[in-house]
Design a protein around this ligand. Sequence first.
Ligand SMILES: [Mg+2]
Length: 380
Amino acid sequence: MRSASYGERNLEEIHERESHLKIERIETDYYRLPLEPMGDAGHGAIDTEELITLSLHAEGLTGHGYTYTIGRGGRAVKALIDHDIAPLISGQDAAQIQAIWDLMWQRLLYVGRGGLASFAIAAVDVALWDLYGVREEKPLYALLGAEARDLPAYGSGVDLPKPLDGLLAQTEGFLERGFPGVKVKIGRPDPTEDEQRIRAVRELIGDGVDLMVDANMAWTTDEALERGRRLEEYGLYWYEEPTIPEDVAGHARLAREMDVPIAVGESLHSPHEFRRYVEEEAAAVLQIDPITNGGITASLEALKMADEAGLKTSSHYTDELSAHLLCASENPVYLEKHAFALDEYLQEPQRVVNGHVRPTETSGTGLRFDAERLAPYAAG
Ligand SMILES: [Mg+2]
């Protein structure tokens, strides 16, 4: 069974080798990347992505990690890394990835248990996995005991404010790139507008393309039920974040009472939060984001839970990391090609071929930022 191989066996092997890859130094940089103005029903207007890059040095090797926000909180995340996490893990063995994750989680527990702390933990955890791959000269998916595969990707817009013609133009662009699925934001104040938009997109894409909707936590459970039912006739592939992530019971009710699968994950900041959803049968699709979930280590746990419960998996943003992680999942239905593409800042942007993506073959995560392209956006 594939779930037995999620990096654990390899980590055990490394532990047995008595490696000591002493963490010597962690460096971070903070950037504010401008975005074409966009928005959704839960987070409002978005025009900036905060990016914090991280390099972790150990015994002559360097692991690269990063974390991001959608415009707020990034400086606090960077401060958590610089002032609290870096001194905490200095001198630790970089090969002990799970032990370091546990240490960061425990020592930040009082102010953490998710939230900003998870975004900070993630940056370090991504760098540790990258370093592990660099050292083993293997791409991340191979470290996880997985094989590379073509993953279907869907075109995803953060498009709630877009007028209908703009929404349709965006959707046409997704179709031109060969995506087998597209996702549309919902949550306009007037429910008939959501209906018109979803109907128009369905007419444009036909029945052969999957259509997902995303409410970004905008509604109460009752509202989500009523608003979702209005859209079911358009053949939805999933209904994402219909209500707030704290309301697991509400999601479970929607999962029971609606025919459309419920999808969550981007707002779950630890394996503990995923576990509640799985135990309460509150979602049919688990969407990993190895930054917001609290690192690759945390997202792998979520994937394992999905496998054990027979759930489908997908991803949120983090296109490049998720291409590796979803290869280690038993039923990855889609990778999200997100509107906040990092492509222009990457040395090796992810390639989309006929609407599908593959993980990179270079050692580690394969994710390397282009320092020159980021430089104009450095901020304090
Ligand atoms: Mg979403």
